[in-house]
Each structure stands twice: as structure tokens, then as C-alpha cells.
Design a protein around this ligand. Structure first.
Ligand code: FAD
Ligand code: NAD
Length: 405
């Protein structure tokens, strides 16, 4: 293929890693590479629960694209993708249009609200820097407001988190660290504050190691988190939520509902005419879309079945990064007229934080870890990514070196 026009949409884990690998793999005369992203920064979505709780500033989480992408090799377009026309090989942006010869779709995830009434209008989400920053500010405002209202709203200090999967649990872990500090800062008795996690399954973290899920629950309960399990959140209003447990509907008054109960692919994918399965593109072995030889899909927009379970691999940064590395290799092969390789995930385990001082995980060959070992491992994973993306410079600038705390 002679000097193809390669366009990469989204600078999340998948998009930015594809770009960084491609800029090294291809010579400047071999292809034109364009990266399109809404913002002029990449953010680590895996740190957003910390930003949302206010335990870590969002500037730590975002990385200017120019720090990792070489603008003499890659053209960067800061714009929003509106739609893709794979038949005409065009991408519609808010402020323009792009043609491509090879496309990589890495537009990431959105919250899945399953049509539950009121969530879009009233719930906070942990989807990106904007939504995390809004939630952090709302929490601060809520605590500041408390002593400035004559009649306290009964739900003023109730924080309800819908979903006890990884995101919900990591977020309540951060809240357990943040709330005591907010109480001190705003002269509020901690006993007045409730952090309530509502999970639809009989126990939190369904599908994960049950012993470690129990460890997480005990650790968080000891720090004041309440769990309502086997309870489906049914409705969200401005001042309350409704959940259903054992066929009975109950209400919890709250001015702060956080929806962390699942994700779906960016809806642009489904709306752009690709064949989809659960809103995602079920990619071929080489990560290309089934109907288009010139479109690769990466990260949360792609679906790959795990043959050992018969279910799709869960959408994670870990798999997005590995897919991106393979996509960069396969694009290089395509440009040079060589054979492409199939994607073979090499999953190294899962580690979830429970605040800054506790964590749980299953790593490598099913080794269970918890407490300080898991806390250290979580930071090692984060630091390893920074090193992979931007070398020692980025690691030193953004790394988590408070290793035991
Ligand atoms: P994203 O990281 O979502 O990136 C998408 C990019 O596209 C963003 O830069 C966005 O700005 C851009 N974009 C979106 N729409 C447009 C548009 N219309 N136009 C232009 N640009 C656009 N996974 C793990 O493996 N380990 C973890 O510990 C972990 N922790 C997590 C913690 C939290 C709180 C959350 C929410 C998720 C976590 N995940 C974790 C999952 C992981 O973050 C996602 O699987 C991963 O971010 C997917 O990467 P991606 O590249 O597909 O998309
Ligand atoms: P998830 O799908 O993993 O969990 C959602 C949870 O919400 C489930 O436990 C589900 O039972 C519950 N739920 C759904 N509807 C509900 C309702 N109406 N009421 C109450 N509970 C309800 O989604 P997530 O936690 O947002 O994670 C998204 C992806 O990101 C997953 O693939 C996850 O593995 C990944 N992630 C990984 C990590 C990590 O590795 N440390 C951290 C966060 C997220």
C-alpha cells in the first residue's frame, strides 16, 4: 500500500497506544498518520474514580498528547467525531471531515443506563475527566452546603452508588478515604454521612473471586460503607433513589446518586453502520471489523469472545493496550504487504483498589493477593503503563511512587 492515510479515532488506551507504536514502526514516507481526539490530552480512565472522589487531582490523570506523540510524525486533530461512513471511508467531525485509507476506531465507553428512569438527568457518572470533575465538585458543594441551610435535606449527606462491580467498589473505597477529610474540613459529624452501595447481584463483584469480594466488603464496611445487595436500582429522582429487593420497593433519600453499574461502547459505533453485537464490533482475529478490510476496532468498542467461558472478554484497559500493540503491528504489515497476525490476549490478572490503603487481586496463575501487596501491585500496574507509553520521562512525571500508601 503506497503512503496510506491512517486515521486513529480516540486517544484512550487503545488509540494512543496504537499511535505511539505506529509512529515508531513506520517511516515518515510510508504513511500519513492522523490522530483525532476531543481533548488535547489522553486520560487514564482507570484513575477516574480517584478524581471523582477528590482523592487525586485530575491533572495527575491527564497526559498532554504532545508529551507522548511526536507531532513531526503524526498529525493531531483536536475535534469531536460525529459519525463514520465506512462505505465512503469518511469520518464526520464537528468541525470538518476526514478521508482515510485505514481507520482505527478507539472511541471508548459510555455509561450503560439500561433505560432506568432519571439516571441521565440526575445521576453522576464516572466516564471521563469532565464527569469525574463534576462529581468531585458536587461532593465538595454538598458538604459546604450542610451548615448553610436552615433545614437540612434528609438526603443531603447520603451518597448512593449504584453498582457493586469494579468501578462502584473502587469508587466507594476512595469515598471511604475522602469523606472523613470532608467531614473535618466542613465541621460535619462523620456519623451523619452515609455511603450506600446498591448492587443487583446477591454479592458485590459478581463473577470475581468470592473470598476476595468478601474481603472487600469487610474492609469497606469497617470504614463505614453500607451495602444493599440483591437490590436493583429502579429509579433515580433529584432527591431520592428507588430500589427493589425481594419484590419490595424501597426509597433512599439522596442528593448524590452515582451511577457505576456498567458500560457500553461509544454509541457512534452502532450509529455508523457497522455490524454490532451488544453495541460493539465483534472483530476478526486480526482486529478488523467483519465487513470492512480497512477498519480496525480497539478497546471498549471491540468485542472478542473468550472461548473458554463463552462470554466476551470484559472491557478493560489491559486488553485495550494489548489489542493496540497488535493493531499497530498489523497496520505495519498491511502497509508493507506482509501477513497480519491474530490477536491472542495475555491476561495477567485483575487488581482492584479499595481506597489508597487496601486492594484485592488475582494475578498470574490465579494467585490471590490483598492488603498492602495488592496495593503495591496496583501501583506497579499503573506505573508500568506509563513507562510503556512514554518511557522513563512520563513515569517520573506521572508515576505513583507513594508505593505503600
Ligand atoms: P477510553 O479509555 O474510554 O478512551 C476513549 C477516548 O476517545 C478518550 O480519549 C475520549 O476523549 C475519546 N473520545 C470519545 N468520544 C470521542 C469523540 N466523539 N470524538 C473524539 N474523541 C472521542 N481497566 C483495567 O484494565 N484496569 C483497571 O484498573 C480499570 N479501572 C477502571 C476504573 C474506572 C473508574 C473505570 C471507569 C474503568 C476502569 N477500567 C479498568 C476499564 C478501562 O478504563 C477501559 O476498558 C478503557 O479505558 C478502554 O480504553 P479505550 O481506549 O477503549 O477507551
Ligand atoms: P460491571 O459490568 O463490571 O459491573 C456493574 C455492576 O452493576 C454489576 O455488579 C451489576 O450486577 C450491577 N448492576 C447492574 N445494574 C444494576 C442495577 N440496576 N442496580 C444495582 N446494580 C446493578 O461494570 P463496571 O464496574 O462499570 O466496570 C466496567 C468495566 O471496567 C468492566 O469490564 C470492569 O472489569 C472494568 N474495570 C476494571 C477495574 C479493575 O480492573 N480494577 C476497575 C474498574 C472497572
Amino acid at each position: 500500500m503506497k503512503n496510506p492515510n491512517i486515521v486513529i479515532l480516540g486517544a484512550g488506551y487503545g488509540g494512543i497506544m496504537t499511535t505511539v507504536k505506529l509512529q515508531k514502526a513506520l517511516g515518515v514516507n510510508e504513511a500519513t498518520i492522523t490522530l483525532v481526539n476531543k481533548n488535547d490530552y489522553h486520560y487514564q480512565a482507570t484513575w477516574l474514580h480517584e478524581n471523582a472522589a477528590g482523592t487525586r487531582h485530575h491533572d495527575d490523570t491527564r497526559i498532554p498528547i504532545r508529551d507522548v506523540v511526536n507531532f513531526s510524525k503524526v498529525k493531531f486533530v483536536q475535534d469531536s467525531v460525529v459519525s463514520i461512513n465506512p462505505d465512503k471511508k469518511k469520518v464526520q467531525l464537528a468541525y470538518g471531515e476526514l478521508d482515510y485509507d485505514i481507520l482505527v476506531v478507539g472511541l471508548g465507553f459510555e455509561a450503560a443506563t439500561f433505560g432506568i428512569p432519571g439516571l441521565e438527568e440526575h445521576a453522576f457518572m464516572i466516564n471521563n475527566i469532565n464527569s469525574a470533575r463534576l462529581l468531585r465538585d458536587h461532593l465538595e458543594y454538598t458538604f459546604a452546603k450542610y451548615h448553610n441551610e436552615a433545614d437540612h435535606h434528609e438526603g443531603r449527606l447520603n451518597i448512593v452508588v449504584g453498582g457493586g462491580g469494579f468501578t462502584g467498589i473502587e469508587f466507594v473505597g476512595e469515598l471511604a478515604n475522602r469523606v472523613p477529610k470532608l467531614c473535618r474540613e466542613y465541621d460535619i459529624d462523620p456519623a451523619q454521612v452515609r455511603i450506600i452501595n446498591v448492587e443487583g447481584a446477591p454479592s458485590i463483584m459478581p463473577g470475581f473471586d468470592p473470598q476476595l469480594a468478601e474481603y472487600a466488603m469487610n474492609s469497606l464496611e469497617a470504614r463505614g460503607v453500607e451495602f444493599i445487595t440483591g437490590a436493583m436500582l429502579k429509579k433515580c429522582e433529584a432527591d431520592k433513589i428507588v430500589y427493589e429487593k425481594d419484590g419490595v420497593q424501597e426509597e433512599v433519600p439522596t442528593l448524590t446518586t452515582v451511577w457505576a453499574a456498567g458500560v457500553k461502547a461509544n454509541s457512534i459505533v452502532e450509529n455508523s453502520g457497522f455490524t454490532t453485537n451488544r453495541g460493539k464490533v465483534e472483530v476478526r482475529d486480526d482486529m478488523r471489523a467483519p465487513d470492512y478490510d480497512d477498519v480496525f476496532v480497539v478497546g471498549d468498542c471491540a468485542l472478542i469472545m473468550d472461548e473458554s467461558t463463552g462470554r466476551p472478554y470484559p472491557p478493560t484497559a489491559q486488553i485495550a493496550i494489548q489489542e493496540a500493540e497488535l493493531i499497530a503491528k498489523n497496520i505495519k504489515a498491511m502497509v508493507r504487504g506482509e501477513e497480519m497476525e491474530p490477536f491472542e490476549p495475555d491476561l495477567k490478572g485483575t487488581v482492584a483498589s479499595l481506597g489508597h490503603n487496601d486492594a484485592i487481586g488475582v494475578i498470574f496463575d490465579n494467585t490471590k493477593i490483598f492488603g498492602w501487596k495488592a496495593t503495591v501491585m496496583k501501583k506497579v500496574i499503573d506505573n508500568r503503563y506509563l513507562f510503556k507509553l512514554g518511557g522513563i520521562g512520563l513515569l517520573l512525571k506521572k508515576g505513583k511512587f507513594n508505593i505503600f500508601y
